[in-house]
Ligand binder design. Structure first.
Ligand code: ATP
Ligand code: MG
Length: 392
């Protein structure tokens, strides 16, 4: 029954020049999302909203799912389009609409009417009261409540007439491309895809870096990370995925440093390499999926030792989240099922039995010196041999 969607966005942030940037970015992202759907659509900006109308046959569920992934959209209203807006015909359509959605239940309602052009024979108030009376007569379960109705039935009359009442929650946040770029350290785990999603949701463009360690980590583990990058990019847009071969560095750390410190040294080199890639890309920050206390390498002491090798800000949007909260978001955004596939990631192979949980920076820096003979050339080699995968 639906032929169109009305998209609303929160206007708090968009004053003056920002408004124009915000709306254009939003329009572009809505069009990008629709490009992947069956059918052709018209996308129009009007009066602080975006109107999407299907020009051909389209798949409602697919289109709604795509629109729900557009950052910046706060809510989505599916709209019935009535081409002949003559009042008797409009009543007929409203009757069908209400009986389909609410006909059998008990609800309070209100009609909100808007007349978009002056020549229509009824004024907005008249449309609202006549249509309200008509609905009241037709459906015994529906009662009027003008203050806090359970349902607001909107009727707008322009070239066509529009009927809508359902409000579906959108992705929220800010449209992509309004806040610069950051670089996500993307592993195959549950947390980092969620972290990337959360920063992207603020309008930040993201690219990703994955450290793999063949042959200790398999081709399938890499495919899993590529899949996760694709899933995040459904929201965040095209991204580059840098795949860094970390085997040589990891082995060298394993052979050289105290084993209870392994994870800390590996994480420090991951952060350094990711930062170099980020800076070459004019990216303005790193993103990780860390959360305080989740594992030994995420105590405040550990975070302090890994953070201290970076000069770019490191964004950790999950820092105060419990695992269960993170899992919930992962399920909502569709990355969870891939994240729990059982392919080893590069850290799990080298984890110490008893890792330090309160590393001291001075001590870590001292043992890191043991690496200085060869580590720079290894880092250089890893950077030179980095594979870049374009995720569309
Ligand atoms: P995740 O679920 O994101 O893998 P985790 O709980 O397993 O997180 P760690 O393995 O300690 O935690 O990693 C912490 C963060 O470091 C990850 O969230 C991710 O941002 C980054 N990271 C860890 N391993 C890799 C990797 N192989 N490649 C890229 N980034 C990584
Ligand atoms: Mg992990």
């Amino acid at each position: 029954m639906y032929r169109a969607f009305l998209l609303k966005y929160s206007e708090i942030w968009i004053k003056g020049k920002n408004r124009y940037l915000f709306e254009n970015a939003l329009l572009e992202q809505v069009k990008r999302a629709l490009d992947r759907c069956e059918g052709r659509f018209e996308v129009i900006k009007e009066q602080g909203r975006v109107f999407v109308a299907a020009l051909t046959e389209f798949d409602y569920d697919e289109t709604l799912a795509a629109l729900k992934r557009v950052f910046g959209v706060s809510s989505i209203c599916p709209v019935v389009v009535v081409e002949d807006s003559e009042f008797e015909n409009l009543k007929k359509n409203v009757y069908e609409y209400v009986s389909k959605l609410y006909g059998k239940g008990e609800y309070t309602f209100k009609v909100e009417a808007k007349r978009g052009y002056k020549d229509y024979p009824l004024a907005s108030m008249e449309i609202a009261s006549e249509m309200g009376a008509f609905i009241l007569d037709s459906f015994p379960g529906l009662k009027v409540d003008v203050h806090e109705p359970q349902i607001r039935i909107h009727i707008e009359i322009r070239k066509n007439a529009y009927i809508y009442s359902q409000v579906i929650k959108g992705a929220g946040g800010m449209p992509m491309g309004t806040s610069g770029s950051a670089t996500l350290l993307l592993s195959g785990g549950i947390d980092s895809p969620v972290a990337g999603y959360m920063i992207a949701r603020r309008g930040v463009h993201i690219d990703a870096v994955y450290f793999h360690a063949p042959p200790y980590t398999s081709e399938r583990a890499k495919e899993k990370v590529i899949d996760l990058a694709r899933q995040v990019s459904l929201y965040s847009g095209p991204m580059k995925l840098y795949v860094v071969n970390f085997t040589e560095i990891q082995m060298y750390i394993y052979d050289t440093c105290p084993h209870d410190e392994l994870t800390i040294h590996m994480r420090r080199y991951m952060m350094r390499i990711a930062e170099t890639i980020a800076k070459n890309d004019k990216s303005l920050g790193l993103i990780t999926g860390e959360s305080i206390g989740q594992v030994a390498s995420q105590t405040l002491q550990s975070l302090n030792t890994t953070n201290s090798v970076c000069t770019l800000p490191v964004y950790r949007p999950l820092i105060g989240f419990d695992k269960q909260d993170i899992i919930e978001i992962a399920k909502n955004i569709g990355t969870f099922d891939t994240s729990i596939l059982p392919y080893e990631d590069c850290c799990t192979i080298y984890v110490a039995k008893h890792p330090v949980t309160k590393p001291r920076l001075d001590k870590i820096e001292r043992s890191e010196k043991l690496l200085y003979d060869k580590i720079d050339e290894m880092v250089e080699r890893a950077l030179n041999e980095t594979e870049v995968i374009e995720i569309e």
